[in-house]
Design a protein around this ligand. Structure first.
Ligand code: FAD
Ligand code: SIN
Length: 534
């Protein structure tokens, strides 16, 4: 028998948890499905903070102007204004839910600065903002009688009216809509069926598509892949944000060194010790991220260096300890004292600006299916996200989406439908499974080498050929093998890699995060791209 709820939320980062709390407060019965423990998410690692206009000397229109400038001509201006004007209210809501934003000695809230912002407007909890938000929200859902959380449940596939009609060999009646989903219980290894009239995808980003990323292992693009397979529109996948400053380690880990560190005076230097950002932008080290990451890439290519340096020595020890205790401690463990030594840094894949296309009420192109947070594309970020705008976007869209779901549940007259159980393949072959591991490496390396910060048509076409081969292989496995988490994630990664390549090949210009040697200029009438399987 399927488990039945009013609303299913997939993912327990800031987007999923904020939405679940709102929907549950409105009296709906909610299931949260999350593939690890509740706290494991990109949210949990957010450092710099959350951008919002809260000071008398700031203005929402200035925040709008900075966002549009970073987005390089591709933001939806009405979305930008609608989302950013909710900044102060979202901060108040998070504070009400228990997030204790860092305050100055005089009791005013501490405001950090990051690249592309013309004002100090980043509210933060030291340099562990995400952990503080995640803890407060998880506490909230644990105390809610209307929410049941299914940890270690991996959402595999959406169940839609059209898929069901096809399976049963009949015509679809009325518009297509979501009916629920299948989720693999990774502890019992059984696929369970969940029914609901509304589903929210809040599955976060795709960083694991790349060999080097700041993102944790959960970021495998599952929500985008599920939505795409259900026929939902996905857009602007070429806009992958590479964070300029991840800690360089030979082992390949990429711990983030927050942009807020540059906001307090740290500067980038090449291996000769020269500060170089002035050559690239008048805002120097605090230019928007696409510009800084490309500048670092150019400096590294010119000199053949494996990393550059971030020099924090001008920041007082008191400031380092008070604002950046987590970064200070991580670097100290690597033998680097920030008051004395410089940090070896490199760019790493960080954030997806595109995703599942949604309205400003988090609605997707499929009835009953909603999306918010990093999985979604509202038009706020355009071709490049302004630092610390993503946590804010997630809260605002979660709230608007929760209201939209309440309206949908009241007005859509759809009846409950009997959902079939999952049918599994029965092959288990450990030799073949080793091949899967190799395929993981190959996808990540291909994307890093050919679909990185600087692109060309030839490199993108090479990547397309490789990913197409991997796509064929993985689909054979999927239909024949008993599914497990690694197989499901790899299948999603490969699909998402293909969507990124397809969008990148469609964009015949360089804009924001998409820079290609074959089309270095901008076209006059830029459009969004719509992703297609390669
Ligand atoms: P996430 O927080 O990633 O949550 C996704 C959830 O979905 C997780 O619980 C995951 O387990 C679950 N999930 C995924 N797939 C499945 C599946 N198939 N089945 C079940 N569950 C699934 N942004 C800012 O604005 N300010 C910052 O300071 C900042 N710092 C950052 C620092 C780092 C190191 C990183 C990686 C990102 C940072 N970002 C920052 C970006 C920001 O943290 C993310 O964009 C945001 O947290 C995304 O929230 P989310 O709720 O959409 O997704
Ligand atoms: C950071 O702290 O540098 C990350 C901020 C962000 O991704 O918005």
């Amino acid at each position: 028998m399927p488990k039945s709820y009013d609303v299913i939320v997939v993912g327990s980062g800031i987007a999923g948890l904020s939405f679940a709390l709102k929907v549950a407060e409105a009296g709906q019965r909610v299931a949260i499905i999350t593939k690890k423990n509740s706290a494991e998410s990109n949210t949990n690692y957010a450092q710099g903070g959350i951008a919002a206009v809260t000071s008398q000397t700031d203005d929402v229109e200035m925040h709008v102007a900075d966002t549009l400038d970073a987005g390089d001509g591709l933001c939806d201006e009405s979305a930008v204004r609608a989302i950013l004007k909710n900044g102060a209210a979202s901060i108040e809501e998070l504070a009400r839910r228990g997030v204790a934003f860092t305050q100055l000695d005089d009791g005013r809230v501490s405001l950090g600065k990051e690249g592309g912002h013309s004002k100090r407007r980043i509210l933060h909890v030291k340099d562990i903002t995400g952990k503080a938000i995640e803890e407060a929200l998880v506490h909230g859902i644990e105390s809610s009688p209307n929410i049941e959380t299914y940890e270690h449940h991996f959402a595999v596939e959406l169940i839609t009216a059209s898929k069901l009609a096809k399976q049963q060999g009949r015509e679809l009646e009325g518009a297509d809509r979501v009916l629920g989903l299948y989720a693999l219980n990774t502890q019992t290894e059984h696929v369970e069926t969940f029914a609901a009239r509304a589903v929210l995808l809040a599955t976060g980003g795709i960083g694991q598509v790349y060999q080097f990323t700041t993102n944790p292992f959960i970021a495998t693009g599952d929500g985008i892949a599920m939505a795409y397979r259900a026929g939902v529109e996905v857009r602007n996948m070429e806009f992958i944000q590479f964070h300029p400053t991840a800690f360089y380690s030979k082992e390949g880990d990429r711990f983030l060194i927050s942009e807020a560190v540059r906001g307090e005076g740290a500067i980038l230097r090449n291996l000769k010790g020269e500060a170089f950002m002035e050559k690239y932008d008048k805002r120097k080290d605090l230019a928007p991220r696409d510009i800084v990451a490309r500048a670092i890439d150019a400096e590294m290519k010119q000199s053949g260096a494996r990393h550059l340096w971030l020099d924090t020595r001008a920041i007082s020890l008191k400031k380092l300890h008070e604002h950046f205790p987590n970064i200070y401690e991580y670097c100290a463990k690597q033998g680097i004292a920030l008051e004395r030594d410089m940090i070896p840094v490199v760019p790493a894949a960080h954030y997806l600006c595109g995703g599942v296309k949604t309205s400003l009420d988090a609605e997707t192109s499929l009835d009953g299916l909603y999306a918010c947070g990093e999985v979604a594309c509202t038009g706020l970020h355009g071709a490049n996200r302004l630092a610390s705008n993503s946590l804010l976007e997630a809260v605002v869209l979660a709230n608007r989406g929760a209201e939209a779901v309440a309206r949908y549940l009241t007005h859509s007259g759809a009846n409950a439908v009997d959902l079939p159980e999952w049918i599994d393949g029965d092959v288990r072959d450990s030799d073949e499974r080793v091949v899967l591991l190799h395929n993981w490496d190959e996808v990540k390396r291909t994307m890093w080498d050919y679909v990185g910060i600087v692109r060309s048509t030839k490199r993108l076409e090479r990547a397309r050929t490789r990913i197409q081969t991997l796509d064929r292989e993985i689909n054979e496995y999927y239909w024949n093998f008993k599914v497990d988490e690694s197989l499901l994630e790899l299948r999603n990664l490969i699909l998402v890699a293909g969507l990124i390549i397809d969008c990148a090949l469609q964009r015949k210009e360089s804009r924001g995060l998409h820079y290609t040697l074959d089309y270095p200029g901008k076209c006059d009438t830029p459009n969004d791209t719509t992703a297609r399987r390669i």
